[in-house]
Design a protein around this ligand. Structure first.
Ligand code: HEC
Ligand code: HEC
Length: 302
């Protein structure tokens, strides 16, 4: 009996030891990813001055979802605090105390928004630059003009951080990373941006964010990496299981502005219409055209 107890004890100690080693390896591996210094291309954007560019920048800032994360006054906020992932804290972008605006150069803004990098070249966490990488020079320059124009707000916050579980997920599941810079083709040629207009092509440019949830093919299904109690994303193509063939363009525009679908409201946490409500009629019509142009896929072929 004594012997058995001894062996069980040794076994337990070995397991605890192995576990500690695994955690240490995970920590060290993620630290090296977080401290990697990336060289972003030196895109030279000239940031426009003047009311029209600032107004356009504000419009983009609102409908592309920047405002939902960074706040209405750009004061920054805690977007998510979840032990499973970590703390997602979108920074204060103003010139006030604790704001990045006080020290960022034009090149720093481009590096952060387009490539997901801090001024020193290390990667930002969670900031969806994989999407904003596709913004045209003009759109990005207007957004920066707007950010630089807002009044300072004093609001000091910590940087985002990963929990140990978040680090473990990122180390053990190759398809998941919370470091957008790892997915951005920094060396590649810049993607072309279509001209603004009521066209399917421009609609596609406006739907970069939808694909995070509705899938790259827009055919919907459960959203990978999202909490299991979230509703799945519906099919937005005209294939089997889609409700959209029964919708008119006006129903679509009404839904994107209000979240109202057949008399009940969809939660803006799940389907962020609170950002999309800022899109113009022309922009929403372009998106509607794009959805109709998609290959008709059955539900769930993300
Ligand atoms: C899903 C939420 C989310 C959205 C949408 C988002 N951001 Fe961020 N952003 C973040 C987070 C989180 C960070 C901070 C990352 C960190 O601390 O590592 C960040 C960082 C930044 C930074 C670097 C300064 C800082 O706060 O660390 C800039 C600049 C920035 N975002 C601008 C934008 C702009 C412009 C848009 C829209 C085009 C945008 N963001 C959309 C979450 C978001
Ligand atoms: C953060 C995830 C997310 C993003 C981003 C997102 N959606 Fe959704 N969307 C959803 C979810 C989830 C639902 C279903 C909500 C429900 O049933 O409660 C939905 C519902 C819809 C519906 C209603 C369809 C139906 O059959 O009822 C439409 C239309 C729609 N989204 C269009 C879009 C468009 C266009 C975009 C991009 C401009 C977009 N969504 C971006 C998650 C998202």
């Amino acid at each position: 009996m004594k012997r058995l107890v001894k062996w069980v004890g040794i076994l337990l100690a070995a397991l605890v030891g192995l576990f500690a080693i695994a955690l240490a390896v995970i920590y060290v591996k993620t630290e090296s990813r977080l401290n990697r210094v990336y060289a972003a291309p030196p895109d030279a954007l000239s940031i426009p001055a003047g009311g029209a560019a600032i107004a356009r920048g504000k419009h983009i800032f609102q409908f592309r979802g920047c405002e939902a994360c960074h706040g209405e006054k750009l004061e920054g906020k805690v977007y998510l605090d979840d032990p499973a992932v970590g703390q997602v804290i979108a920074g204060n972008l103003t010139r006030g105390e604790g704001g990045f605006g006080a020290s960022f150069s034009d090149a720093d803004w481009v590096r952060a928004i387009r490539y997901g990098l801090r001024p020193d070249g290390t990667p930002l966490l969670f900031m969806p630059s994989t999407e904003f990488y596709f913004l045209s020079d003009d759109d990005l320059a207007s957004v920066i003009a707007y950010i630089k124009s807002v009044p300072p707000v004093d609001h000091v916050q910590p940087l985002s951080s990963l929990s140990l579980t978040g680090r473990a997920v990122m180390t053990l599941v190759p398809a998941i990373t919370f470091i957008p810079a790892e997915l951005i083709p920094m060396a590649g040629p810049r993607p072309a941006a279509p001209e603004a207009g009521v066209t399917a092509e421009y609609g596609e440019y406006l739907t970069l964010s939808c694909k995070v949830c509705h899938g790259l093919t827009m055919s919907g299904g459960p959203i990978p990496g999202f909490p299991s109690d979230w509703p799945p994303a519906p099919n937005l193509t005209w294939g089997a299981g889609s409700k959209l063939p029964a919708w008119e363009e006006a129903d679509f525009i009404h839904f994107m502005r209000t979240g109202m679908r057949h008399g009940s409201q969809v939660d803006a946490r799940y389907m962020p219409w609170s950002s999309y409500q800022h899109m113009t009629d022309d922009e929403l019509c372009a998106v509607w055209l794009y959805l109709q142009s998609l290959p008709k896929l059955d539900y769930g072929n993300r």
